[in-house]
Design a protein around this ligand. Structure first.
Ligand code: PLP
Length: 399
């Protein structure tokens, strides 16, 4: 084309944002829409973080560029935090501060992939992964798990998808969109398998602190230390400190990869906003009280939403043990009549849900698995109960 490049024209618009936009438009018209689409905590950023940012704005030391890889103090704090939270011991030189976890994902793939390199991508997957793999010239190879295994892929499935072109395994536990958390034995089995075959692992730990029922999010390079030389850990402040809008994330990896990714970043964006880095420093170097309070509140909503969804005929909702999403199967409702319409896929069913029940949920198509809905439970409990009540009444009409 003489306008948009094939590379950029090939990007699918984010379905998560599309649902959110539709819901917002209806809300603006005065409709009482309840949105389960958003992937962000509904809490304010902690005060001491906001104060650190306000002070940083006034300090002219923060008005210039920082080193491309990030403020030295922040990189040190990230290394210390990583040891504290997951037990992974790294030096500050092994960290790179990025514009949110999203840029960490993109830069990690861009730094590791040559054209045609394959990335094993467990599905349901977070929407951004396949797009960033493709943009980096790689080929996403989807490995799908369903509700029968709690959305956990097995080593056998990964092995069946492995080819001579497989370079990377993307690993995300706790998972967006399913909330699934891999138990230690399975993390270890997957890590051993990757090690045996020389496969790199990019492990996205952004939901590490949002786990329930006493489960623990295990860090792959801690469970299988020999894998550390071929592992990139992705993380950020967005979900732990309710800082989605501040745009600070990071990559942790071997020195050579971090050095290469830093050179890339120096041309891509220079550095992450100084003020945001100062705010992230206050967050990362500070306590985990705020996330403990959020976790308690999310846990209560999690129990409520799972209980309510499970009572709806035709809805099968495994209990998520992490993040803030429920991911029920609604496959058996497809093709049934609801208010004179038959949805043949979950995109259509989500449209019916939005129009007839004024509830926004993201269809499974966005995550590589049609037949499911993702409900974020990062919303007020009353809204949650009202919204799922509406879903139950509408879907209860299916014949
Ligand atoms: N990784 C996962 C699995 C996510 O769900 C998200 C946000 O939705 C991110 C990374 C990136 O978050 P951010 O770019 O806001 O730091």
């Amino acid at each position: 084309s003489d306008r948009i490049s094939a590379r950029i024209a090939g990007i699918n618009p984010s379905a998560t944002l599309a649902v959110d936009a539709k819901a917002k438009a209806l809300k603006a018209e005065g409709r009482p829409v309840i949105g389960f689409g958003a992937g962000q905590p509904d809490f304010p950023t902690p005060d001491y973080v906001v104060e650190a940012a306000a002070a940083a704005v006034r300090d002219r030391a923060n008005h210039g560029y920082t080193a491309a890889a990030g403020l030295p103090e922040l990189r040190e704090a990230i290394a210390a935090k990583t040891l504290r939270d997951s037990g992974f011991e790294v030096s500050p030189s092994q960290t790179l501060v990025t514009n949110g976890g999203k840029q960490a994902v993109y830069s990690a793939f861009a730094t590791l992939l040559d054209p045609g390199d394959e990335v094993l991508l467990p599905a349901p997957y977070w929407t951004t992964y396949p797009e960033s793999i493709t943009l980096a010239g790689g080929v996403p190879v989807q490995v799908t798990a369903d509700e029968s295994t709690g959305y956990l892929v097995s080593v056998e499935q990964l092995e069946a998808a492995r080819t001579p072109r497989t370079k990377v395994l993307l690993f995300n536990s706790p998972s967006n969109p399913t909330g699934a958390v891999y138990p230690r034995e399975q993390v270890e089995a997957i890590g051993r398998w990757a090690l045996e075959h020389g496969i790199w692992v990019i492990t996205d730990e952004i939901y590490e602190h949002l786990v329930y029922d006493g489960v623990k999010a295990e860090s792959l390079p801690v469970v299988v230390p020999e894998l550390a030389d071929r592992t990139l850990v992705l993380n950020g402040v967005a979900k732990t400190y309710s800082m989605t809008g501040w745009r600070v994330g990071w990559i942790i990896g071997p020195d050579d990869v971090i050095k290469a990714a830093s050179s890339y970043q120096s041309h891509l964006c220079g550095n992450v906003s100084n003020v945001a880095q100062r705010a992230a420093l206050a967050a990362v170097a500070g306590p985990l009280d705020a996330v403990a309070r959020m976790r308690e509140s999310f846990d209560e909503r999690r129990r409520t939403i799972v209980a309510m969804l499970s009572e709806i005929p035709g809805v099968d909702c495994p209990t998520p043990q992490g993040a803030f999403y429920a991911y029920p199967s609604v496959k058996s409702l497809l093709g049934k009549e609801i208010r004179g319409e038959r949805a043949s896929d979950t995109v259509q069913l989500a449209e019916i849900l939005l129009r007839e029940a004024e509830v926004a949920a993201v269809p499974g198509e966005a995550f590589g698995t049609p037949g499911y809905f993702r409900f974020s439970y990062a919303l007020a409990k009353d809204d949650l109960v009202e919204g799922i009540g509406r879903v139950a009444r509408l879907l209860g009409e299916a014949r």
